[in-house]
Design a protein around this ligand. Structure first.
Ligand code: NAP
Length: 256
């Protein structure tokens, strides 16, 4: 059977995979949630918007005769990853997760690792500080519980409504970011504490390297748990899996 791949995207890894699949001439569709106003141009056909839960995704896989799903979404996009596990099992379509190893503390780091966003909010109790809140747009409202701080926010798009944080400054910028840029940003805004999600990968690590150099405290939010699934950490490993799947499929078609 000719492969027809669905890549769940929204990350630089998904874009890298899209380039590789296009270069190999494979039939594939890249799926975006539609959170970002101007997604990057891609060398593959794209679709935008939710599927309507796990059942909707399973129906999509059947209707479009998808042969393989590669979940290259962000490690904090847990809902779509859970849906992908359920839907691929339901539709009988093999699933592979493409993810990044989490960041680990290094010599000189001053990290408080917390399990989730509510724990990060609780860890901010205390006197007013200048905090860089590098958690993306969605969890910002939770930090309204600690309104005493000045928050520096960095977002991909201008928010539709002002964030509900009484004292904040906003930087609109899309990664990847460099260490000199992030060091300069933290210095300029006189930041003493960084709150970030343990995304892993190289595109967003600069702020942690900068925080280490400036001896700043970091509150690092751990990844949400996911159901068990087959997982790899590189585009090359995805291609190896696809090659293996193709040869297994050919052998099965030959009745070997
Ligand atoms: P989420 O909480 O896991 O997903 C919420 C819902 O959004 C899903 O149930 C699904 O809707 C839809 N969705 C999510 N990703 C999708 C995709 N690639 N294609 C089609 N529908 C998708 O996800 P999230 O945290 O809001 O993240 C949304 C997107 O932003 C993801 O694609 C992710 O890779 C990217 N992103 C997220 C973060 C982050 O920190 N969370 C950071 C960078 C990039 P239905 O149930 O209707 O199918």
């Amino acid at each position: 059977m000719t492969p027809n791949l669905l890549v769940l995207g929204g990350t630089s890894e998904a874009s890298e995979l899209a380039r590789e699949l296009a270069a190999r001439g494979l039939t594939a569709t890249l799926s975006y949630a539609g959170r970002v106003a101007r997604p990057r141009r891609q060398p593959l056909p794209c679709r935008v918007g939710g599927f309507g839960g796990a059942d909707g995704l399973a129906a999509y896989l059947r209707d479009r005769r998808v042969t393989h799903v590669i979940d290259a979404t962000h490690p904090f996009a847990a809902q779509i990853s859970r849906n992908a596990v359920i839907a691929s099992a339901e539709a009988g379509v093999p699933l592979l997760g493409l993810t990044r190893p989490p960041w680990r503390p290094q010599e000189g780091d001053d990290w408080l690792e917390v399990p989730d966003i509510p724990a990060a909010v609780a860890a901010l109790a205390g006197p007013a500080r200048r905090v860089m809140l590098a958690v993306g747009r969605q969890p910002l409202a939770a930090f309204a519980e600690q309104p005493q701080h000045h928050y520096l926010l960095r977002l991909v798009d201008e928010p539709e409504r002002p964030p509900p944080l009484p004292d904040h400054s906003l930087v609109i910028s899309r990664g990847p970011f460099s260490v000199p840029e992030d060091t300069d940003l933290l210095r300029r805004h006189r930041i003493s504490l960084l709150v970030a999600k343990n995304a892993g990968g190289s595109g967003a690590v600069a702020k942690l390297t900068a925080a280490r150099a400036l001896a700043l405290r970091v509150i690092l939010v751990a990844r949400p748990p996911l159901p068990a699934r087959r997982e790899v950490e590189s585009v090359a490993a995805v291609c190896a899996w696809l090659d293996h799947e193709a040869s297994a499929g050919t052998a099965a078609e030959r009745g070997v």
